[in-house]
Design a protein around this ligand. Structure first.
Ligand code: PMP
Length: 353
């Protein structure tokens, strides 16, 4: 690190995006849980039309978009704050709402730890049970730490029941609880319906997975009126015009064609179940996934070997070196039926040796 970087940041370990860049060069991308479905002409048209107003700053409150989202989710638009990806939403939370520290599972979305370190937020990693599930009883005596729960969790793909989520919220009235629902559209009950019943709940979502817009960068938070006011103040102090006009237009058009999202979701869920069965038939242990990816390990071959050999076949999946207890697992994004077929064929060849 050079001498101009703040000394507090000298040990910075940023999010590793190298595999994602490499995967763009002709690889089948099954490593970052994106949607395999391209956006259609309706969306291209909306984006093209938005260019006409690009000489103006975009709407800082994304009013048209928030209104449409609020109708879909049956909440009030004032309860929605949009972010440049849900990563930005998480960054706002670490910036403005983590004075007493953070707590999250030891195996979960890796960005929480990166953000905690960046902001100098003291963090506690709560071990998952041996079967990789979250035990709500482990989330007690947290002294006001902000608690982050990804549901369904990543990379495990497992869903925690809404009853258990509610238990964590209710038993920690001094903590803010963030339920990261990046993958909720693929399975499980949302915690949205709890946001008006509790003072300490924020639910976050993204357009990156179920709505084919990882490249457009859009996520959002939903919470009660009081917290939403504070959240908006944090956001408008850091990045008032955080959502560009093209992304706002694309997202609005996506919501106006909700039937396309629903159709794609149905396909992904069917392909997920078929792929799960096919993988089990060839000796993989596969968790019951509520997300758009599968968390798998093979009885005979190491996770690293499978990852490397698929890579040689130009298929990228996600391998985790650490923590130790998931080093034999890989995470595979659900793609199109054709992509899954090609991946299964490649795996069968690898297994034959
Ligand atoms: N939360 C979870 C659990 C994720 O897996 C991701 C995607 N890597 C994000 C949040 C961030 O998504 P985005 O910034 O694309 O909205």
């Amino acid at each position: 690190m050079g001498k101009f970087l703040n000394s507090r940041l000298k040990d910075l370990v940023p999010y590793d995006t190298s595999e994602e860049i490499e995967s763009m060069k002709g690889y089948m991308r099954l490593n970052t849980n994106e949607s395999p479905f391209e956006l259609g002409p309706e969306i291209s048209k909306a984006v093209k039309d938005s260019v006409k107003e690009m000489n103006f700053y975009p709407d800082p409150d994304c009013r048209a978009l928030a209104k449409k989202l609020s109708e879909l989710l049956e909440i009030n638009p004032e309860q929605i704050i949009l972010g440049n990806g849900s990563d930005e939403i998480l960054n706002f939370i670490f910036t403005g709402f983590c004075e007493k520290g953070a707590a999250f599972p030891d195996i979960t979305y890796s960005f929480y730890k990166i953000l905690a370190k960046f902001h100098g937020v003291d963090f506690l990693q709560v071990p998952l049970r041996d079967d990789f599930t979250i035990n709500p009883e482990d989330y007690t005596n947290l002294n006001g730490r902000t608690i982050f729960i990804t549901n369904p969790n990543a990379p495990t793909s497992l869903f925690l029941s809404l009853n258990s989520i509610e238990k964590i919220i209710a038993q920690n009235p001094e903590s803010l609880i963030v339920i990261d629902e990046a993958y909720i559209d693929f399975g499980g009950d949302s915690a949205i319906r709890l946001i008006n019943s509790y003072k300490n709940l924020i639910v976050t979502r993204t357009f990156s997975k179920s709505r084919s817009m990882a490249g457009g960068r859009l996520g959002w938070a939903m919470t009660n009126y009081e917290l939403a006011k504070d959240f908006r103040a944090v956001k408008n102090s850091l990045a008032p015009y955080n959502i560009n006009a093209m992304t706002q237009a694309a997202a609005l058009a996506i919501l106006e064609h909700e039937e396309i999202t629903q159709k794609n979701l149905k396909i992904i869920k069917t392909v997920r179940e078929n792929t799960k069965s096919a993988l089990r038939e060839i000796g993989f242990e596969v968790f019951d996934s509520a997300a758009n990816f599968l968390f798998v390990r093979h009885e005979k071959i190491s996770g690293l070997k499978i990852f490397e050999e698929l890579k040689q076949n130009r298929i990228m999946i996600r391998h985790f070196d650490h923590p130790e207890r998931i080093s034999d697992f890989n995470r595979i994004t659900i793609g199109t039926p054709e992509q899954m077929q090609a991946m299964l064929e490649a795996l069968k060849k690898i297994l034959k040796g």
